[in-house]
Design a binder for this molecule. Structure first.
Ligand SMILES: [Zn+2]
Length: 268
């Protein structure tokens, strides 16, 4: 006999399925995830093609996958089909807008265009009453300013405005975002040898706002670092966070399962 209290169940809150769709391996990836107790995952959109694929895999595996729809910073300068995005966001399998956000590491010159697209996605999130999955890198101040504006918009649920995914910022930045009501999600970077500064941040996040993810196919956690990542390996991220926070893996997994189910309003 098993039940929810004694069975490990993990959720990968952020994975890109594009490469798996292209090679026809989604069923195999889902099978391996289940074998590793990863019973739920969020398939992330961010480009018109990625949005279509996220919807496609969520429809094919409705008991395991949900989708997000949005446009990420690489889409700046391209036409935006707002009507299509609104239609896709209203699909029952869609649980968030994103990923979307700002990345000044490679693109500081496109700052104003990135902010404009990000703002547009935040508007859509408020309008569709969905939480937002945010990417941010070397853009703390602009990200914070836009998110502060966003959380005050009508339609935004203060209990679940969104998540800062693959968090790599400082403790101060994390807590400014927590003050806005955001969840903070950690990827395999917390398993890396040089990940100590980030592990220190992870120790300070309140248990009810913490998430973990693979960000597959990127950022494979140790001991698989450098390989192509997949949802099954979120167990390594969960284990690292459990160790850091001094809680059993089972408790860590269950807490994040509850947090993510709340954030994404997951319905069976
Ligand atoms: Zn991502």
């Amino acid at each position: 006999m098993t039940n929810a209290a004694t069975t490990l169940r993990l959720m990968d809150t952020h994975a890109h399925f594009d490469a798996f769709v292209e090679e026809g391996s989604v069923a195999e990836i889902v099978r391996r995830a289940r074998e590793a107790h990863v019973l739920r995952a969020i398939a992330i959109g961010g480009t018109p093609d990625a949005n279509t694929r996220a919807l496609q895999v969520a429809a094919a595996f409705p008991d395991v996958l949900r989708a997000t729809i949005g446009l990420d910073r690489d889409e700046i300068g391209k036409p935006v089909d707002v009507v299509l995005l609104q239609q896709q966001m209203r699909h029952t399998q869609v649980v968030a807008v994103g990923e979307t956000g700002l990345d000044y590491h490679y693109g500081p010159a496109t700052r104003s265009e990135q902010c404009a697209l990000f703002s547009q996605m935040l508007e859509l999130a408020a309008e569709t009453r969905l939480p937002v999955v945010v990417h941010t890198r070397e853009a703390d101040d602009d990200t914070f300013a836009l998110l502060r504006e966003y959380v005050n918009r009508p339609g935004v649920d203060a209990a679940r405005p969104g998540v800062l995914h693959c968090f790599t910022g400082t403790e101060v930045f994390a807590h400014r975002l927590l003050d806005l009501g955001f969840f903070i999600s950690f990827s395999g970077i917390v398993t890396f040898k040089n990940g100590e500064p980030l592990r220190a941040v992870a120790r300070t996040i309140p248990a009810d706002r913490l998430l973990f993810e693979t960000d597959a196919p990127y950022l494979a956690p140790a001991p698989n670092r450098g390989k192509r990542n997949e949802p099954a390996w979120v167990a390594h991220v969960a284990a690292a966070l459990a160790t850091e926070r001094g809680v059993p893996l089972q408790e860590m997994a269950e807490q994040v399962w509850e947090n993510a189910s709340r954030l994404f309003a997951w319905r069976e």
